[in-house]
Design a protein around this ligand. Structure first.
Ligand code: FNR
Length: 185
């Protein structure tokens, strides 16, 4: 059975390396897997329970609906100050309040890219921690931490050009597909 995954990007800037990597994922997907992008987390307002009590923002409801209809989520994000970007946490906080909670029981893969040598490793464990509370099935392996990210994405075309990284990402998507099939069964 075919599977569909959605990508969630933790950086808002146009030239984002993480966004560039996320845009490349559809072409790296193995047979039987399709991938599309969720809306920008930049369209989601700051979390405020007073706002939630009135009505969920449209951007949150749409994202929740797309996640619900997917077989899994791939989060592609930079590390900010040894943690995840506030905008990404904000999106997760909103999504966690929607009922039924769209991320509950969802297979999730994490990818981080950073110009530093360890590719955002510290942010991964913080993100994983929040996803535990949301009752996601977070893929354990392979961990995708893309160091020296600026050497792997072409700065002009914003395409992921590094062949080894492309192969590794394909491997992770295939692992997420295995997990998704197990969760479904
Ligand atoms: C960073 N950066 C960064 N990098 C890292 O490896 N560890 C870190 O803790 C931080 N902290 C941090 C904080 C803030 C506020 C900014 C703006 C940046 C660098 C960051 O990884 C780099 O700018 C990435 O290229 C951002 O990702 P995108 O936008 O290219 O996807």
């Amino acid at each position: 059975k075919p599977l569909h995954f959605v990508t969630l990007v933790g950086s808002l800037r146009k030239g984002s390396i993480n966004a560039a990597i996320a845009r490349t994922l559809p072409e790296l997907a193995p047979e039987g897997v399709t991938i599309s992008a969720l809306g920008s987390i930049g369209d989601i307002p700051h979390y405020n329970q007073d706002v939630q009590n009135q009505a969920f923002p449209k951007a949150v409801e749409e994202m929740a609906e797309q996640i619900r209809h997917s077989d899994g989520v791939i989060i592609v994000t930079p590390e900010f100050n040894y943690s995840i970007p506030g905008v990404l946490k904000n999106a997760i906080d909103w999504l966690s309040r929607v009922a039924p909670q769209p991320l509950a029981g969802k297979p999730v893969a994490i990818q981080t890219a950073s110009p530093g040598p360890i590719g955002g490793a510290r942010a991964q464990y913080q993100l994983r921690q929040s996803l535990v509370f949301l009752d996601c099935f977070v893929l354990n392996k392979p961990e995708v931490m893309i160091g020296q990210s600026m050497t792997k994405v072409d700065s002009e075309s914003l395409q992921l050009t590094d062949e080894k990284t492309r192969e590794f990402l394909t491997l992770q998507i295939a692992s997420l597909a295995n997990l998704a099939r197990r969760v479904k069964a």
